[in-house]
Design a protein around this ligand. Structure first.
Ligand code: ACO
Length: 331
């Protein structure tokens, strides 16, 4: 069974509730119909009930099983606002400010999760990444012991690479310029995502333009130090660096440039040194090699909240709802 089908089966078994802040958006409604029909998760659509129902009739989609919640009139607004004030009191958030923020579905969604009224969220079909992430950072926050949220992609490449053709790339979506500690944390969280979602034994390569000291530059030093920190943070994981992409994934090059490495030539998790390289890197593989890319799967957040690309298809939304629901089960 294909990995995404396995994830859908897992999600269906968990029967989690996913909130969709972009409930008035056509692709989201089409995806909602499929998710509900296939029983992948329960869904909450945020928006004006009449607008959503009219759009659903126009599109001829059946969303009867979804719960529709209007953030502007919902009965929980007062309680939610109190909770928001409590979370952001050190930042001076007032109740009036909180109530205004709740008008915005991108804030209402994460607050529903914080209150235990939903298990996860997917948005970003019509909103920029930063606008999806900021409310989540402010109110849902990171997992205990984790300070950095980052974004991983599952890349479906040639069978000969990675775990039966699946590689995990990170960070391709969130942290523009991580320092060495943050990069180390990203490496460790990505390995855990690879294990949990793909079921692979992660072999993590921290990428650079240098392999084992072949170049001297502060940018390479950052990756060298991040590798040492990551190895210390997670001695149970197989992590190595700094290494170039070819040394990470091609056996002969790995043996030549990084002899004795447990990762070189067989990496299945690639950690990029910055968001520039990660974001450009996954898109190169996707566009030139025709690799399917699922993500970004956000990792390090206290609850699963995932972001879509604005160019996403209905199928992308369905897949990401399944991934989010599977993450919500702690799997
Ligand atoms: N992990 C955890 N918390 C974070 C992170 C992070 N990576 N980044 C910011 N925060 C927290 C901050 O600590 C802060 O918390 P506080 O308010 O409680 O003090 C809060 O979030 C806001 O922080 P800012 O630094 O003010 O947030 P800012 O808006 O500057 O940046 C953002 C956050 C939006 C994620 C920014 O880093 C960004 O724009 N990243 C790039 C996103 C992007 O465009 N990706 C590419 C497109 S995605 C794709 O192509 C698939």
């Amino acid at each position: 069974m294909k990995l995404i089908e396995q994830i859908k089966v897992k999600a269906a078994r968990l029967n989690k509730t996913i909130v969709l802040p972009e409930g008035e958006e056509p692709r989201t409604l089409k995806a909602a119909e499929i998710v509900l029909r296939e029983g992948i998760s329960q869904l909450i659509l945020l928006g004006d009930e009449k607008t959503i129902q009219n759009l659903a009739s126009e599109l001829e989609v059946n969303i009867e099983k979804a719960t529709i919640v209007n953030p502007k009139t919902d009965f929980r607004r007062d309680a939610y606002a109190n909770m928001m004030v409590e979370i952001r009191k050190s930042k001076g958030l007032t109740k009036d400010d909180a109530l205004k923020l709740l008008d915005d579905p991108l804030f209402f969604g994460p607050i529903m999760i914080k209150a235990g009224d939903a298990d996860g969220e997917i948005a970003g079909a019509i909103n920029a990444t930063g606008d999806v992430l900021r409310p989540a950072f402010q109110f849902v926050k990171t997992l205990p012991g984790c300070s950095v949220v980052s974004g991983a992609f599952l890349m479906f490449v040639k069978e000969e690479f990675g775990h039966n053709g699946v590689m995990v790339f990170s960070d391709c979506a969130v942290m523009p310029d991580p320092n060495e500690n943050q990069l180390a944390e990203i490496a460790v969280t990505t390995a855990r995502t690879a294990k949990a979602i793909v079921g692979m034994e992660p072999k993590v390569a921290l990428l650079s333009f240098s392999t084992k000291g072949s170049a001297k530059h502060p940018m390479a030093d950052k990756v060298v130090n991040a590798t040492l920190i990551a190895q210390e943070l997670a001695p149970d994981l197989i992590i190595d660096g700094e290494m170039q992409l070819d040394a990470a994934i091609i056996k002969e090059v790995g043996e030549l440039k990084a002899p004795g490495s447990k990762v070189a030539g067989q990496a299945n998790v690639l950690v990029f040194p910055s968001l520039e390289s990660g974001n450009i890197g996954y898109k190169l593989v996707q566009r030139f090699a025709g690799a399917e890319a699922i993500g970004p799967i956000l990792q390090g957040m206290a609850a699963p909240i995932n972001d879509l690309s604005r160019g996403c298809s209905v199928n992308d939304i369905v897949n990401m709802i399944a991934v989010t629901a599977a993450q919500a089960g702690g799997e």
